[in-house]
Design a protein around this ligand. Sequence first.
Ligand code: DAH
Length: 360
Amino acid sequence: MSDLSKLETELLSSIANAADEAGLEEVRIGSLGKKGSVSALLATLGKMSPDERKTAGAAINALKDVVTTALGERRSVLKDASLNARLASEFVDVTLPVRESGVESGRVHPISQVMDELTAIFADLGFSIAEGPDIESDDTNFTKLNFPLGHPAREMHDTFFFQPDENGERKLLRTHTSPVQVRTMMSQTPPIRVICPGRTYRCDSDQTHTPMFHQVEGLVIDKNANLGHLKWVLEESCKAFFEVPHVKMRFRPSFFPFTEPSMEVDIQCSRKNGEIRFGEGDDWLEILGCGMVHPNVLRNCGVDPDVYQGFAWGMGIDRIAMLKYGMADLRPFFEADVRWLNHYGFRPLDLPTLAGGLSA
Ligand code: DAH
């Protein structure tokens, strides 16, 4: 066997045995590459006589062609094989059931749900949302709201105070959402219709009190906003919130420094087997405080009490969430227990709307 045909047999067998494209590339470099065996043979042509070159040249070029063709064919076989292997390994069974995405399995906390429900209800009544900071000054949390200095009502709020700052001012964690009333009146011109949901803080902890809790405040300021309007707004919003056709409310005289007159509101309910129902029964349940905004508060916030008047109310969000959704204990609201949240939470894409149902 001549050297050429021996080399051809060797190369063709290496090509046939190349297991993958990288192995095949090695064979190509070893034969047709700059320093490859076939290229080395081609380089010998220059030293040959013209006659020798004629026959040897044709034979070496024929070898080169054979090797090139074999490389090309083997490459396409290996390419197909690797594509088939990928297709087999990346196989997706489209008949499998869809796995729940995070959006499906996550749950909205009942507090967020109730805030969204209140937003839907009061947006429908023409109210906008107002917000304020959790850290307040004594001035906005108490003084502008007509709490006299040293008045016992300040103590009743079990306030969390910060250490005095460099100016000697003691900031505090707001004890109610009423300072948002102050901020709203100071920054907007009447007519004003806002609700202010948010976090509030008092140094208190038992089955129905947590140091951080939530309130929603309502404020309406206009030339003729009166108690009749207040009663109507409270009745309509309670019916919508508890999703009942009727509620009966009882207004009892009370005291808040920032309202005059001040009232506490009870709604009629029945209590059977520990379950509270609204719109029926002969029991009463206190749900909120309200009143006509005190002229001193209007004046403190730059609103002329001879031109404008208004009403306000404040309500515990955690409490109405417990009443509506039947939780007996407030503390798990803040324990971040995913089992509790899976049980009491709401599906994230079921946004509460009046048309679609608040808690459907
Ligand atoms: N801020 C009161 C509280 O936390 C609740 C309240 C009562 C708010 C009467 C009001 C109101 O706006 O008019 O106890």
